[in-house]
Ligand binder design. Structure first.
Ligand SMILES: NC(=O)c1ccc[n+]([C@@H]2O[C@H](COP(=O)([O-])OP(=O)(O)OC[C@H]3O[C@@H](n4cnc5c(N)ncnc54)[C@H](OP(=O)(O)O)[C@@H]3O)[C@@H](O)[C@H]2O)c1
Length: 274
């Protein structure tokens, strides 16, 4: 059955709206980004859960594979020069490809048309961030090709294990790479419109560093629950923001589709509102 359009409940002025192909505009309405931007996309349960402990593909379970959410994932990927993920998300999502057409194949042609009109490559570049270098060389997204950002130690641990479709770049030394330097490296490669699909540890560092400009959040109409011994994370993990450094955000748009809510926020640096 064809997807019904999203209902726009609120939309702030968007001076950066792209000229979307008609089918995409019909479904979503206006969408566009600044020429240099980092934006995220997550799906959360009503009670704020985005991961399900050790269960793989948590986002798919939490969204209930809702077609409108998958469409928006595809559309947001279609707008991006690159999709940036942490190695935890790669490991937790076997079999996935971070391309627009993989998540919403029905409109794969329209996504490619949008990318072409925006002057983007046919598919966004996948970027994987790792410190340990524990990357499964047989994961289909790695086989397809990714830029792996790590430290000198991580690059040594990876060695020559990854397929030739991948490039491994060491940025600095130590236990973690500096997220600001990672983003600067991507800019040097003319990857300016960056989507991150997390996970919570990576996005926490981006927010803490004032590097995240916008956040898309789908609220799925499900209550996931938590048990003490089963760690289920919210959208941000590993950094403390409130009470002293809360990343107060501006609401850019609210859409509804069925029982799902689709929110878009502007996310200034925490220090900006502290
Ligand atoms: N609901 C949703 O929308 C959604 C979206 C995305 C992910 N998820 C879920 O989130 C879970 C994974 O979350 P997560 O927070 O554990 O994973 P994550 O943020 O994707 O990955 C964390 C890993 O990324 C690497 N990393 C992050 N920052 C780094 C830095 N500054 N320098 C070097 N490496 C860095 C490290 O990899 P190494 O361990 O290799 O060193 C780290 O362990 C999964 O269950 C996934 O399904 C849900």
């Amino acid at each position: 059955m064809a997807l019904e359009p999203f209902e726009v409940l609120y939309e702030a002025d968007n001076p950066t709206a792209y000229k979307l192909p008609a089918d995409l505009h019909h479904l979503y309405g206006a969408l566009g980004f600044a020429t240099r931007v980092v934006y995220s996309n997550f799906v959360a349960s009503v009670d704020g859960v985005v991961t399900l402990g050790s269960k793989p593909s948590a986002g798919t379970i939490i969204s209930g594979k809702y077609p409108a959410d998958r469409f928006l994932m595809g559309l947001l990927r279609a707008c991006a020069d690159a999709v940036v993920i942490g190695a935890g998300t790669l490991r937790a999502t076997p079999g996935h490809l971070w391309t627009p057409g993989h998540v919403y194949p029905d409109l794969a042609t329209e996504f490619i048309a949008l990318r072409s009109a925006l002057g983007r490559t046919r598919e966004p570049q996948l970027i994987v961030v790792t410190a340990s270098g524990e990357i499964d060389a047989s994961h289909p997204a790695i086989v397809k090709g990714a830029l792996v950002l790590t430290t000198a130690e991580g690059a040594r641990a990876i060695g020559s294990r990854l397929p030739k479709s991948c490039e491994v770049v060491a940025i600095g030394t130590g236990k973690h790479l500096d997220p600001g330097k990672a983003i600067a490296h991507l800019r040097d490669r003319r990857l300016n419109v960056l989507l991150t699909e997390g996970g919570p540890h990576l996005i926490g560092q981006l927010i803490e560093g004032g590097l995240l400009d916008e956040a898309f959040l789908t609220i799925s109409p499900v209550i996931a629950g938590r048990k003490d011994d089963d760690k289920r994370l919210g959208m941000v993990e590993g950094v403390e923001l409130l009470p002293n450094h809360g990343a107060w955000s501006g609401l850019s748009s609210v859409r509804r589709h069925g029982d799902y809510l689709f929110l878009r926020y502007r996310t200034p640096a925490p220090a900006g509102r502290a």
